[in-house]
Design a protein around this ligand. Structure first.
Ligand code: ARG
Length: 576
């Protein structure tokens, strides 16, 4: 049930009947205040202005042509020409009963699109750090939401698995192997292995020469180098997978589409861009000059796509990658969850992609940027010693903190259950803290806030769920076999039911805008409305029809919170 789009359709049709051109938007929104009704149509004034008639008179014509049947109890013209719409209680109750009976909670699927989502994208031989956390968490929530709406989603983990650094990594691996070292131990601390490789490269000229040779051999597809490279990729993937599994992120090995995948396409792309006159030679390098981007002297900015030594760049790979995603997956939309510092890079790559005609304009390439993760001091999030925080360490700390909290809250609970609850709460807290913020702003990582039981936090939402669930546990009523039907008898019931029916609007807005915080806000509001309802309208003390009705409202609330959190990749608990 999508009340907003239903009203949009009907009001828009009435506007056309009243003389507005076909397709004039009704701009129906949820009303900000109860006295303006449940929804408001804001498009009437703009349409009247275009038609050159009095907005209130035009609004009256629209109302005359508008038939909302039993959906509404009242419609009225307000202010300079808004239309306020008051939904009918009986109609709301019936819709909510239907949602409760439906495994999808009444959320309709959308016309299926092929959607590729680029997210996570850590680098080989480097630990995942907190910067990859945002991409992973936000991307995964959007993926789950798109799939729920019936889209065919391809998860693309654009692993950083290519580049000149592999020369030194292969040379270092070879060195350890020749010494008979325990390789799994050496690679166990992959970050350290990387640092060691770099140090040898900087300090040992012979090692550096070997490393440079290996880069060339690897690029030529040499079997010896390839085998070592594969080893490094495999170890990194195993380590990342442990993080994904802990975080309940839906990525697996199958989703890896690293930079190396596009390597064979790069010479052809450069040739083609030259042939099309888009790339030109400049001081031995192949460069695309873009009028859209000016350098500080006001001249078109040059984007290098092939260096003098023949090497390709990150941009070249992203040009090939966009082309591939369109051709190979027949993508309708490609969503990239990458931090905002890479915005210019992506825009340049895509400007070239469009100029070359690799991806038609009908396919949307979307950069869903996000800000940085900052410490409480407002500076980039670092360890006390000033290093980057390893993701695995961060998750460990979350678990330790959550464990202490749960133990304090439930001193009598046995240790194993405490631990299980703490793990679920910890992962949820880390994810929700990130998901609930507007994605584009920098985000301040604050343990105390994310683990608090008050406010828009994971523990609050998970606790809200267990509270509703406890209504059923206490009453011994099976919430999947409820009788009767909903009747709205109290304003708090109406507010709750109307919100429950806005679930689909929340799901769709996340899918459209790639902004999971919209779902968090929705769930937070829903939990608040449930609390007010719960205080004002006793459930178990009520009798007969009223009791049945309220139990049904509680059941739909529980299901909606559970489903909403599931779309965010967050688990619920029956008890905590
Ligand atoms: N590996 C890159 C990094 O760590 C992110 C890749 C993002 N995706 C892309 N198509 N460029 O910064």
């Amino acid at each position: 049930m999508n009340i907003q789009s239903l009203l949009n359709e009907k009001v828009s049709a009435a506007m056309v009947a009243a003389g507005a051109p076909e397709g004039t938007p009704a701009a129906v929104r949820q009303s900000a205040k109860p006295q303006f009704g449940d929804y408001q149509a804001n498009g009437v004034m703009g349409a009247a202005k275009k038609l050159g008639c009095n907005p209130r008179e035009f609004a009256q014509k629209v109302l005359d042509a508008l038939d909302l049947g039993d959906m509404v109890s009242k419609t009225e013209i307000a202010g300079p020409g808004f239309i306020n719409i008051f939904l009918n209680d009986q109609w709301l109750a019936t819709q909510a009963d239907q949602a409760l009976a439906d495994t999808r909670l009444g959320v309709a699927t959308e016309a299926t699109q092929n959607i590729v989502v680029d997210y996570s994208a850590p680098n080989v031989a480097k630990e995942m750090h907190v910067g990859h956390l945002r991409s992973t968490i936000i991307g995964d929530a959007v993926v789950r939401t798109l799939e729920f709406l019936g889209h065919k989603v391809t998860r693309a983990n654009h692993l950083g698995d290519w580049g000149t650094q592999f020369g030194m990594l292969i040379a270092n691996l070879e060195l350890h192997e020749s010494r008979g070292d325990d390789i799994s131990m050496e690679l166990g601390d992959i970050e350290n292995f990387y640092r060691e490789s770099k140090r040898r490269y900087d300090e040992d000229e012979e090692f550096a020469a070997t490393a440079r040779q290996y880069v060339v051999r690897l690029q030529r597809g040499d079997a010896y180098c390839k085998e070592k490279w594969e080893k490094l990729v495999k170890v990194t993937l195993e380590q990342n997978q442990r993080n994904y599994d802990r975080l309940n992120v839906s990525l697996t090995d199958k989703d890896v589409m690293g930079e190396s995948l596009y390597n064979d396409m790069l010479p052809g792309i450069v040739e083609d861009l030259k042939a099309k006159g888009i790339a030109v030679e400049d001081d031995g390098a192949q460069v695309v000059f873009l009028d859209e981007y000016k350098n500080k002297d006001g001249e078109p900015m040059g984007v290098i796509i092939q260096k003098r030594d023949g090497g390709f760049l990150y941009t070249t790979t992203d040009i090939a990658c966009a082309k591939y995603r369109y051709e190979h997956f027949n993508a309708d939309r490609v969503l990239y969850f990458i931090d905002s510092r890479q915005h210019q890079h992506l825009m340049q790559a895509w400007t070239i992609v469009r100029k070359a005609g690799y991806v038609p304009d009908s396919v949307s390439l979307e950069h869903h940027a996000f800000g940085m993760m900052l410490g409480k001091d407002g500076k980039p999030f670092k360890t006390r010693a000033g290093g980057t925080v390893r993701l695995a360490d961060l998750l460990d700390e979350a678990e330790t903190r959550a464990k202490a909290l749960i133990a304090k809250k439930n001193p009598d609970m046995d240790e194993a259950e405490q631990r299980e609850i703490a793990t679920t709460v910890a992962m949820a807290a880390v994810k929700y803290a990130d998901l609930s913020k507007h994605r584009t702003t920098d985000y301040i990582f604050d343990w105390d806030h994310m683990l608090a039981f008050e406010g828009n936090t994971a523990p609050y939402m998970q606790y809200a769920y267990t509270r509703v669930a406890s209504v059923f546990a206490k009453s011994g009523v099976d919430r999947d076999a409820l009788e009767g039907e909903m009747v709205i008898e109290h304003e708090k019931e109406k507010a709750l039911v109307a919100k429950l029916l806005q679930f689909e609007e929340a799901v769709k807005s996340v899918a459209r805008e790639g902004q999971p915080h919209l779902m968090c806000s929705y769930l937070f509001d829903l939990a608040g409305l449930f609390s007010s309802f719960y205080e004002a309208c006793p459930i178990l003390l009520a009798e007969g029809q009223t009791r049945q009705s309220r139990l049904r409202m509680a059941a739909l609330t529980a299901k909606t919170i559970k489903q909403g959190l599931a779309l965010l990749g967050i688990n619920t608990l029956e008890r905590m």
